[in-house]
Design a protein around this ligand. Structure first.
Ligand SMILES: C[S@@+](CC[C@H](N)C(=O)[O-])C[C@H]1O[C@@H](n2cnc3c(N)ncnc32)[C@H](O)[C@@H]1O
Length: 221
């Protein structure tokens, strides 16, 4: 795994600015990432069933982006809200889904009390968290979950490398991507007290370059 070159705050600010710059193009390009993905939709439906069966507590979609997956969970009967680092993403999500709540915030320090969430969804958002910050992010996930609460993570698979992207959708950005092995992420979850219950990896589809991993973990209790 690779060490980050800048301070954590500077990296977070760069990630925020990058997503602010690309938010409209990102939202237009990926209007519904689960639309033609039956396996992912099935996993999301299972997650919805597990969290609603567990209790009435809300679910946070962390790194909710345009909010389309938040809306899918809502349609499945889950009391869900979105949290995203990028104010522009949050504005777009609110405009597209005025019936739902979206907040600006970071998974590195969630503005939520302890043990209040029944579930936490993080689809392709921990991919921007540097390796050295991942344990603290997973500890934060554990802190906000009720005992028995679930986490569902999705990320592109790699071998621990970091890619810095400096241009996307014609915008100048500074956005780091971390491609990890599912076993490494599963070990970090276990270490944080969120043992994985289910692991799924699927091969790339269409224009995708990397396999996709999905980990479902649960806070004991
Ligand atoms: C690749 S997009 C994924 C969006 C959405 N989950 C989806 O699957 O389409 C990553 C999102 O995570 C957000 N993000 C990145 N770092 C974050 C952080 N530390 N806390 C909260 N959101 C973050 C970005 O602003 C962006 O909207």
């Amino acid at each position: 795994m690779t060490a980050s070159p800048a301070s954590p705050d500077a990296l977070l600010a760069a990630t925020r600015a990058s997503y602010d710059a690309i938010a409209p193009a990102y939202t237009e390009t990926y209007p519904d990432i689960l639309g033609d993905r039956p396996l992912e939709r099935a996993l999301l439906a299972a997650f919805a069933e597990l969290v609603t069966g567990n209790g009435p507590e809300p679910v946070a979609d962390v790194g909710s982006g345009p909010g389309h997956v938040t809306a899918r969970l809502h349609a499945l009967g889950v009391p869900v809200f979105g949290v995203d680092l990028s104010p522009r993403m949050v504005a777009l999500a609110r405009a597209a889904h005025p019936e739902l709540r979206f907040h600006v915030g970071s998974m590195t320090a969630l503005d939520l009390p302890d043990a209040t969430l029944g579930g936490l969804l993080a689809l392709y958002s921990v991919i921007h968290v540097p390796d050295e910050r991942l344990p603290a992010v997973f500890a934060e996930f554990r802190r906000v979950l009720v005992p028995g609460g679930y986490v569902l993570l999705a990320f592109q698979v790699g071998d621990g490398e970091r890619l810095r992207m400096t241009e996307r959708f014609g915008q100048e950005i500074t956005l780091d991507y971390y491609w990890r092995r599912p076993e490494a992420v599963a070990a970090a979850l276990t270490e944080a007290g969120l043992p994985p219950q289910t692991r799924m990896v699927r091969e790339p589809l269409d224009e995708e370059k990397r396999p996709r991993a999905f980990l479902l973990a649960r806070k004991p209790g």
